[in-house]
Design a binder for this molecule. Structure first.
Ligand code: N2P
Length: 357
């Protein structure tokens, strides 16, 4: 009997060990391939609880990485060292990535929730037929300012930023198109201008703004503005929305000369290792309830019509963040200006940055 007990216990122990080993192997396998999804997104641009929920629902492990400019994102994808399954570039960058053959065409049969996107945001010139990209968020670029700390200032024009009283006050986005675009717009030029003389003029104009610049920053701008450590910032609209929830003294305006209207879309880069899971993730993010929760969390404007209907009126009807066509009509979408021109924008911006930081 004792022998029988020992034999039985040994078999039981061996089975438990085997099970543990199989589980371990599965976990490791998850990280090395088929059950892993690598998402590459802008900083502060998703509700991580929703990512966790996706993992729970699908058993897919999400590896999440962030970037803070289209240019930085492109470099990482071109290097090809990481198997990014999803990226979220803006329109002009999508066009460039298609040109460089860096994207995989989407299988629309795996994206039934695409029907919830407002048709205004579908089939745009940078990706006709949405062959490669699906709308994620959209917005504008404008000025965020503190009405309590600057009670006598009004901000309607880009040129209001050149006021000598704003010495060492302004935060700028760390983006070549945004900052050069502001310089160009302040001179009455298009933010897609390709005349090198105009670009040089824009740089000179930016240089004359340098005494007023406090810093060129990434997502730290939120904390600095929320804590009254800076009074003015060049920002993307959704970041403004998010910071204004924290600090009620702040307001956001899109200057009269015009500005940028942008669209960030989800794409599957050629670096992808799990195209199936990438489609599942995109479709999940398009679900109206998920998109609504994500919108409430990040503050950006959703292109998802069904999600918008689930949001509070206060959020969905705020024209600062859901600007009417009269406003969007006078805004410009960045164009893909070609390698050389984008190189010049980057180079001039770098010259300016070196003066500031
Ligand atoms: C989020 C950045 C949004 C980028 N922090 C706008 N294209």
């Amino acid at each position: 009997m004792k022998k029988l007990m020992i034999a039985f216990t040994s078999v039981l122990l061996a089975s438990v060990l085997l099970l543990v080993t199989i589980n371990r192997l599965n976990a490791v396998q998850g990280y090395s391939g088929s059950n892993t999804l690598t998402v590459f997104n802008w900083g502060d641009y998703i509700d991580m609880d929703l990512v966790e929920q996706f993992e729970e629902e699908t058993g897919i492990t999400v590896i999440y990485e962030t970037f803070d400019s289209n240019e930085a994102m492109l470099t990482k994808i071109q290097q090809g060292g990481v198997t990014y399954d999803i990226a979220v570039p803006s329109e002009y960058m999508i066009e460039k990535m298609v040109e460089e053959d860096l994207l995989i065409p989407l299988d629309h049969s795996k994206l039934p929730n695409l029907k919830y996107i407002d048709e205004r945001f579908m089939d745009l010139p940078f990706d006709e037929g949405n062959k490669y990209s699906v709308p994620y968020f959209w917005g504008t670029v404008g000025i965020l300012f503190n009405t309590e700390l600057l009670p006598d200032k009004t901000f309607t024009s880009w040129n209001d930023l050149w006021d000598p009283e704003l010495e060492n006050s302004i935060l700028l986005i760390d983006g070549a198109r945004e900052v050069m675009g502001m310089g160009l717009n302040s001179l009455g030029y298009s933010l897609n201008d390709t005349n090198p003389d105009h670009l040089q003029e824009a740089l000179d104009k930016l240089v004359s703004l340098s005494p007023n610049i406090k810093a060129i920053v990434g997502d730290e701008n939120k904390l600095l503005m929320a804590n009254n450590e800076a009074t003015v910032a060049l920002v993307w609209s959704g970041d403004a929305r998010d910071i204004m929830w924290e600090n009620e003294a702040l307001d956001y305006v899109v200057p009269v000369e015009g500005s940028n209207l942008w669209f960030d879309n989800m794409v599957i880069p050629k670096t992808a290792d799990n195209v199936e899971a990438a489609h599942a993730f995109i479709n999940y993010m398009l679900d109206p309830e998920i998109a609504a929760l994500n919108t409430e969390y990040v503050g950006y404007s959703t292109p998802n019509e069904a999600a918008l209907a689930l949001l509070s009126e206060e959020l969905a009807e705020d024209e600062r963040f859901y600007p009417p066509p009269e406003l969007t009509d006078r805004l410009e979408v960045y164009e893909n200006l070609g390698k050389e021109m984008l190189g010049l924008y980057n180079e001039l911006f770098l010259q300016f940055k070196m003066l500031i930081n």
